[in-house]
Write a protein that binds this ligand. Sequence first.
Ligand code: HEC
Length: 136
Amino acid sequence: MQRSILGLGVALALLFPAVESRADCKVPPSLNQCKTCHSLEPGKPSRATGPSLHGVVGQPAMHAGDFKGYSEAIKAAQGKGLTWTDDNLFNYLADPKTFLAGINGQPLKNAMMFQLKDETKRKAAIEGLKTIAACQ
Ligand code: HEC
């Protein structure tokens, strides 16, 4: 009995691997607000309103090669070596303009007109980005 249940599980896993990985790739609720401007799913192109955020954690700034709308501020910050560590994401999300002005040593035009002040929500959003990055 036990063996046949195990066999059935293996057979299902072999038959439906794609379905299973798609289920893992649901965008976590902590990223709901980001969806207004950003695409998050693997393989999805950037939207006109913002770069794709899939796999952004740990990457240098301007990681989405297909996004045309990067601002002066983020270009300058990338030139200064900005990488999206947890800490940098945490501070950027609270106030993108001020964070980038700090990196650049001067206020330049920034394009993300969104702030997430609540610390718990910011931490959850960063965890959400990591979760979605694990999806292929
Ligand atoms: C109103 C639209 C909007 C919303 C909402 C928004 N963003 Fe953005 N985001 C942008 C734009 C536009 C940029 C490009 C910034 C620039 O060039 O200065 C950006 C850039 C970024 C970057 C840098 C990407 C890179 O390639 O370097 C990160 C990280 C990011 N956003 C995270 C988030 C997260 C996480 C959320 C949700 C909690 C969010 N954003 C919500 C518009 C938005």
